[in-house]
Ligand binder design. Sequence first.
Ligand code: ZN
Length: 180
Amino acid sequence: MTQSLPIAQLGNSILRQQAQAVDNLDDQRLQQLIDDLIATVVESNGVGIAAPQVSQSDRLFIVASRPNLRYPHAPTMAPTAMINPRIIAHSPETIKDWEGCLCVPGIRGLVPRYQAIEVEYTDRDGQRHQQQLTDFIARIFQHEYDHLDGLIFLDRLETTRDIITEQEYLQRVLPKTSVG
Ligand code: ZN
């Protein structure tokens, strides 16, 4: 049965470990983990989630961008499992934008990421893909990829002044609903 999983919180050592390469996609545990990760990211209003965030040390994450309460302007794409992902190439330029993390509730940070990346990953059926990602989707990929190497978005900030609260962030990005 598919279930939403508990999310490891900042300070948990699993979030600082190098995740292990996935070598057997026929493993029932792995397919179940993918289903559970998708259920977890949808329920928690995330746009992506990596296996270490639910205390599983596997090189795999889900990208599931869609507009939701935490990211009102996110583009929509079907939840996609990306296994043993790699970044093959990236644009020279980076862009700074707000990120949050299910492991770091209540906080947003202004994180520089490559604007465009060329990536490679295996899907849940074992098919290898090569793809060009840009802007917000590229940002999600880089954020989740960092989780596989034990990095948190806070590690990427240029200054601690680029940290704000979730409440402040939502006030900035949501259109003002004026009541006169
Ligand atoms: Zn995260």
